[in-house]
Design a protein around this ligand. Structure first.
Ligand SMILES: [Zn+2]
Length: 72
């Protein structure tokens, strides 16, 4: 009985780690248009390769070659 409880706890912990995956990104920062006005969007920046993507697009982001987060 106690063994199955331990397995369930471990699975829950792994799920939290996956949710925490976005920690590779710095930000979010407010995006400004060419007039210096906030566009209402927010972006994040990879601290390693420096790419900037919209906050909602991090799962689809492509890191530059050699980035430590590439393929993570
Ligand atoms: Zn990167």
């Amino acid at each position: 009985m106690s063994q199955s409880d331990r397995v369930r706890l471990k699975a829950g912990h792994d799920a939290e780690l996956l949710d925490d995956h976005s920690d590779e990104w710095k930000g979010p920062f407010t995006e400004y248009d060419k007039y210096g006005q906030p566009t209402g969007a927010h972006y994040v920046r990879c601290p390693d390769c420096g790419i900037e993507v919209l906050e909602a697009d991090t799962r689809h982001a492509t890191h530059r070659a050699g980035c430590s987060f590439d393929g993570a």
